[in-house]
Design a protein around this ligand. Structure first.
Ligand code: ADP
Ligand code: MG
Length: 351
């Protein structure tokens, strides 16, 4: 559906030139919920603006259904955008806000009316259609902004951190709501967020970005369970990084005789490597494993997080699910214990 081919974007020129995107290539499928995830300033909005047509690429091309749209103005692209600040008209009603874009396109009155009704139903805002948008809640404004963007039936909807202004509970509700909207409309969503949990919850696939580059593209499971490099592992979820020695299909860890089977990433050779183990894959107090000192135990509701330290000084975090009885069987703070790693839980990183 959308092919981004070797796109580079440079702002300014000469000494003040700044490269916001470097040789970015990605293909987004029809009907896909695709997320661009990365820290602030990594180029997410810039890439969306290029897809929308607000900026031309400096190099490379953007194709939509096989057609090069790189030089097409925004209003000629079957693409619409939901902005972070919604940009609603506060003095207009909910229905008028949704109708506005359709009227600008010169749609006949009856068609505008029926589309507005359809959109009000879709975002469940029928009851508030005559309210001014200055008189509805943030979550409701979000729904109106979505309805307005969906009203012209775009092929692609671009969403730039649309949930970031909402409080946590509402944000979680809207995440589910957006998934529903996407599957009901069948529209391709390109969603931007810096929130890794949001990306994992909502997306079919995620592109992890850093400093103008895409580092990894994959399903939420792939990028969480098999991050290719340290930045991705660190940015997504919580991580323990350990020094290891890779030989063939196994790694050994300092202070442990065991060999752990691993998948070798492309381009990584035998020898010293850095490996990832997620905190929920570490057990405590088994008969075998690495010696470690318990430092702090933190109760966090659904889990207990234990902070430990290996003899070489490496900090280790273990996340243990709480049972209905809580968790009373951990070594005391200050005690020396062992940590064990679940089978298959070690990922070799290419850093
Ligand atoms: P993100 O959305 O991931 O936070 P942006 O795409 O907005 O990041 O910005 C990426 C980088 O490009 C930032 O360093 C930003 O300052 C820079 N940038 C964005 N737009 C412009 C512009 N019009 N002129 C110069 N620099 C820009
Ligand atoms: Mg941005």
């Amino acid at each position: 559906m959308i092919e981004i081919q070797n796109v580079t974007k440079v702002f300014g020129a000469g000494d003040s030139a700044f490269t916001a995107l470097r040789d970015v290539s990605v293909t987004i499928a029809e009907n896909e919920f695709f997320t661009l995830l990365g820290p602030s300033g990594c180029g997410k909005t810039t890439l969306l603006r290029l897809i929308a047509g607000f900026e031309p690429p400096t190099m490379g091309a953007i194709l939509l259904s096989g057609r090069d749209i790189s030089r097409l103005p925004p209003n000629k692209r079957p693409v619409n955008t939901v902005f972070q600040n919604y940009a609603l008209f506060p003095h207009m009603s909910v229905a008028q806000n949704i109708a506005f874009g359709l009227e600008m396109l010169g749609k006949p009155k009856a068609e505008v009316q029926s589309t507005v009704d359809e959109m009000l139903r879709l975002v469940r805002m029928e009851e508030l259609k005559d309210r001014r948008t200055s008189e509805i809640s943030g979550g409701q404004q979000q729904r109106v902004a979505l309805a307005r963007a969906l009203a012209p039936h775009p092929e692609v909807l671009l969403l730039d951190e649309p949930l970031s202004a909402l409080d946590l509970k509402l944000r979680k509700e809207m995440q589910i709501e957006l998934k529903r909207l996407q599957s009901e409309t069948g529209i391709t969503f390109v969603f931007v967020t810096h929130d890794q949990e949001e990306a994992l919850t909502m997306s079919d696939r995620v592109a992890v970005m850093s400093a103008g580059r895409i580092l990894q593209i994959g399903s939420p499971q792939e990028i969480y369970q098999r991050p290719a490099e340290r930045f991705v592992a660190n940015f997504i979820g919580e991580s323990n990084f350990l020094d290891a020695t890779l030989a063939g299909d196994g790694v050994t860890l300092a202070g442990d005789d065991a060999t752990y089977p691993v998948n070798r990433p492309e381009g990584v050779t035998d020898g010293k490597v850095s490996v990832l183990v997620r905190p929920e894959h570490i057990g405590i107090g088994g008969d075998t494993g690495l010696s470690a000192k318990m430092e702090t135990i933190v109760y966090s509701g659904e889990a207990t997080v234990a902070h430990l330290r290996l003899p070489d000084g490496t900090a280790i975090k273990a996340r243990l699910s709480n049972t209905p009885q809580g968790r009373g069987d951990l070594p005391a703070e200050g005690e020396t214990t062992t940590i064990s790693i679940a089978p298959g839980a070690i990922t070799v990183l290419r850093d």
